[in-house]
Design a protein around this ligand. Structure first.
Ligand code: MN
Length: 415
């Protein structure tokens, strides 16, 4: 980012680039974990639209979904697998033979086999012993390898599981032929420091060659943790467009790619200029609005209002823009409002070749500020009421649920 030699970049060439894998294999989870965002559903047509853009952008692996979930889901995976996309199409399966058969039938070339690893998940959710998990994992990897699939092995909640068990599991599936080993911070409890330690320890114990991380954003650390993983040589980060996903979501594709390219100077091979396009598409199809302050793709990410800032931007964009908006397919916006300064007003007037003397400019500025301060918030309040009511109960409403129960004639018998 040291354009014009005007700014220093303390990462590039120093701490950042020691271990980065080349190429980095971007594994997109928008259509699987992203679809598990409360209330979100993509039909096969919509999944295909997102996958086409992701593939064109240069994402290497696309998780299309879990075929055993429903007929429609299986159809979606099949459609993506047969669409002739450049990206590899992956489908997910539990360590259950029927799940793996469903992936084989879908003709996806890649599979992610997942099972939980932590004690809390084994005891309360799976009700399986460590030995049972180990046996099911090895058997499942074998089943998928025998079918000729590229196999990624994933444990849910890896980082909260006993390390000795994690080591045993991953060594076993690796010996069985698993191609890619995925470490999941399923509830987002790692920090860059603890994750760095974890990954070094994992590397020492398991010696993976192709390994992957799945980071959640419960504490807002998904991007930072994924970046740490890449610094440690992890080959395949899991990402979601707009950071979609369960609860607070996953590591956002756009944040990770732009950070790698613009702060670290790592060439990802991805087409950054279409990041905004895919963000808009996923926002529209998921119905999950992007926060205005969201990095890279939020409405305000390249907007300037404050006088000092717009003055700086007008003089040289590097003053307040670490990334030029055009690079990610966007344009900067100058907002006129309460915090506007003279430079922005003068620049605005230039659009009509107007050049006013200073006292008139000051007068105009004062009127503009007063007008901004008088603006009614009614529209915004109405919008927020509507917005909140949509998100307070996404998915099937209580009313719809009980109607379904009644339609089945279960009403009277319900306790
Ligand atoms: Mn997840």
């Amino acid at each position: 980012m040291a354009e014009d030699g005007l700014v220093e970049n303390f990462h590039e060439g120093t701490v950042g680039q020691r271990h980065f894998a080349h190429p980095i294999i971007f594994w997109d989870e928008t259509l699987r974990d992203g679809e598990q965002t409360p209330g979100v559903h993509f039909n096969p047509e919509e999944k295909l639209r997102v996958a086409e853009v992701l593939s064109e952008i240069g994402v290497s692996v696309i998780n299309a979904g879990i075929p055993v979930v429903s007929e429609e889901e299986a159809e979606a995976v099949e459609r993506l697998a047969s669409a002739g996309l450049k990206a590899k199409i992956l489908a997910a399966a539990r360590t259950v033979p029927g799940d793996i058969d469903a992936v084989i039938r879908s003709e996806a070339t890649h599979i992610a086999i997942f099972v939980a690893a932590s004690n809390v998940h084994l005891q309360y959710k799976l009700k399986m012993s460590q030995d049972q998990v180990l046996a099911a994992s090895v058997r499942s990897v074998r089943q998928a390898k025998d079918a000729g699939l590229h196999v990624a092995y994933v444990t849910e909640d890896t980082v909260r599981a006993p390390f000795d068990f994690v080591e045993k599991l991953y060594r076993a599936v690796k010996a069985e032929g698993a191609d890619r080993l995925v470490i999941a911070d399923t509830v987002g409890v790692m920090t860059p420091l603890t994750f760095r330690w974890y990954l070094r320890e994992f590397h020492r114990r398991v010696a993976p060659t192709d390994w992957s991380v799945h980071c959640h954003n419960d504490f807002g650390l998904a991007t930072a943790n994924t970046l740490t993983a890449l610094e440690e040589g992890v080959t395949s980060p899991h990402v979601c467009v707009n950071g979609l996903g369960e609860r607070a979501g996953n590591a956002p594709l756009e944040e990770l790619v732009v950070t790698l390219e613009k702060i670290y100077g790592v060439r990802t091979g991805l087409d950054l200029s279409r990041l905004y396009e895919v963000s808009r598409l996923v926002e529209e199809l998921s119905g999950v609005p992007v926060s205005p302050t969201k990095a890279v793709v939020g409405y305000n990410a390249f907007s300037h209002e404050a006088g000092i800032h717009t003055h700086g931007i007008l003089a040289h964009t590097l003053t307040y823009e670490p990334v030029q908006p055009e690079i990610v397919g966007r344009r900067r916006r100058m907002i006129l409002g309460k915090h506007t300064g003279k430079a922005a007003v003068a620049a605005k007037l230039k659009e009509r070749d107007m050049d006013l003397p200073d006292p008139v400019l000051v007068d105009l500025l004062q009127r503009l500020k007063a007008s901004a301060e008088r603006r009614s918030k009614e529209d915004l309040e109405e919008f927020l009421r509507e917005y909140r009511s949509l998100f307070e109960q996404p998915g099937i409403s209580d009313e719809e649920f009980w109607k379904l129960v009644e339609e089945m004639g279960l009403g009277a018998r319900a306790t």
